[in-house]
Design a protein around this ligand. Structure first.
Ligand code: FAD
Length: 338
C-alpha cells in the first residue's frame, strides 16, 4: 500500500517544529488509510536524527546524509525527493509552508506532474464524486485552505495524480509524538540521487537573524488590534504581556496603522498561533484574523462592542474600553503574582 511521506526540514541536525507537526498529522492520516508513515531527513551529520523522528510513529525513515545537503539548496533536495517519490510512489507527501517548503514543493510537484496545494490549514481523508463522470474516488486527501481573500474555506482534491502534495504552515497542526512505529531506517547513497550538476551552487556564507519574539510557540498571546488606538496604546500590551510572561501579537489593521511591527501579525497573511490563552484586545475578529488563532485553547476578548464578531468564538468576553480594562488586568496580575 502506498505510504504517507513527510519531508523533515532540518536546521543543522534539529527537526523543525512544522515537520514535527506534520509527522503528527501524517501518522493520523496513515492510520485512517491503513498505510505506513515514512519520513525523509536530508542534511549533513545526521547521526542520531532518528531519535527526533521515530517517536512520531514513523514506520520508515529515509536518511540522506552528505555535506552537499546542508545548508539547504534547491537542486539536490529536489533531486532526492523526485527520485525517491518515483521509486516509492507515495500517495500523500507533506512539507512545511516555510521558505524551504515553498521552494521545494513546487519543484517536486511540477517534476512529477502531481499538483500541490499550498498553505493548507487542515488535512482530512474523504471521498469525492466527479459530477461529470459519476466516478467516486475513495480515500482522497482533502487539502483545506482559505481562498478568495479568506472569505471561503476551499477543499481541494487531487483525484488522479500522485502524490497528493500539500504544504502546511507552522502552528496549524498539533505536535504530539505518537510513540514508536516500526522504526526502520534506510540510509541512502546520496550520489545515487544527486548529480554533480545538482551541487553547482554552494552557500559561501549565512547570516542568521534571531527572531525578535517567540510568538509561534508562546503559551500566552496578548494580541492588539486597531482598537488599541496607537503605538503608545500597544505599550500597555507589552506591560500586560510582561506580567503574564506572554508574547505580543497584532491584527493586520494594527500593523497597517503602524502600531506594531509586521512580524507580529497574526492571521491568514501572518503567523498562526495556538497558545493556551489568547487575549484579543480591540480586535473585531474578521475571518482572516481568526484563521491564525482559532485553535487557541482559551480565547478572551476585550472589546467595547458587545457584538464584535470575535466574541462569538471567545470563551470569556470583557465588554469595555481597552484603556480601562488592561491597566486593571496588569494591576491585578501583578498583585496576585507577588
Ligand atoms: P477593526 O476591524 O477596525 O476592529 C477594531 C475593533 O476594536 C472593533 O471591534 C472595535 O469595536 C474595537 N475597539 C475600538 N476601540 C476600542 C477601545 N477603545 N476599546 C476596546 N475595543 C475597541 N487581518 C489580520 O488580522 N491578519 C491577517 O493575516 C489578515 N490577512 C488578510 C488577508 C487578506 C487577503 C485580506 C483582504 C484581509 C486580511 N486581514 C488580516 C484584514 C482583516 O480583514 C481585518 O481588516 C483586520 O483583521 C481588522 O483588524 P482589527 O480587528 O484590529 O480592526
Amino acid at each position: 500500500m502506498n505510504s504517507v511521506f513527510v519531508y523533515c526540514e532540518l536546521e543543522g541536525a534539529q527537526v523543525a517544529p512544522v515537520s514535527q507537526e506534520l509527522l503528527t498529522k501524517g501518522r493520523s492520516l496513515a492510520n485512517q488509510l491503513g498505510v505506513q508513515l515514512e519520513a525523509i531527513a536530508a542534511g549533513s551529520n545526521l547521526k542520531g536524527i532518528e531519535n527526533q523522528i521515530l517517536q512520531y510513529g514513523v514506520d520508515v525513515l529515509h536518511v540522506f546524509d552528505d555535506k552537499c545537503l546542508a545548508p539547504y539548496t534547491t537542486a539536490p533536495h529536489s533531486a532526492i525527493l523526485v527520485k525517491l517519490f518515483q521509486e516509492e510512489q507515495p500517495q500523500i507527501a507533506l512539507m512545511g509552508a516555510t521558505v524551504i517548503g515553498r521552494d521545494l514543493g513546487p519543484r517536486v510537484s511540477s517534476a512529477l506532474g502531481s499538483g500541490l496545494t499550498a498553505d493548507c490549514t487542515n488535512l482530512e481523508i474523504g471521498e469525492y464524486e466527479d459530477k461529470k463522470t459519476g466516478k467516486v474516488y475513495e480515500n482522497l486527501l482533502y487539502q483545506i485552505r482559505p481562498a478568495f481573500g479568506g472569505n471561503i474555506i476551499a477543499t481541494i482534491v487531487n483525484p488522479d495524480h500522485r502524490p497528493q502534495m500539500a504544504t502546511v504552515r507552522q502552528g496549524v497542526m498539533k505536535n504530539e509524538p505518537a510513540g514508536k512505529g516500526k522504526g526502520e531506517i534506510k540510509n541512502h547513497k546520496v550520489s545515487d540521487y544527486v548529480s554533480a550538476a545538482d551541487i553547482a551552487v554552494s552557500v559561501i556564507d549565512r547570516h542568521m537573524q534571531k527572531p525578535s519574539h517567540h510568538l509561534d510557540n508562546a503559551s500566552i498571546v496578548v494580541a492588539g488590534g486597531y482598537g488599541m488606538g496607537s503605538r503608545e496604546g500597544f505599550e500597555m500590551l507589552y506591560k500586560l504581556a510582561d506580567a503574564l510572561h506572554a508574547e505580543v501579537g497584532a491584527s493586520r489593521a494594527a500593523v497597517d496603522a503602524g502600531f506594531v511591527d509586521h512580524d507580529r501579525q497574526i492571521g491568514q497573511t501572518g503567523i498562526t498561533v495556538r497558545p493556551k490563552l489568547y487575549i484579543a484586545c480591540g480586535i473585531s475578529g474578521q475571518i482572516q484574523h481568526i484563521a491564525g488563532m482559532r485553535e487557541s485553547s482559551l480565547i478572551m476578548s476585550i472589546n467595547q462592542d458587545p457584538d464584535a464578531p470575535i466574541n462569538a468564538i471567545a470563551d470569556y468576553v470583557i465588554t469595555g474600553r481597552v484603556e480601562d480594562v488592561i491597566p486593571k488586568l496588569i494591576r491585578h496580575y501583578k498583585e496576585i503574582s507577588k
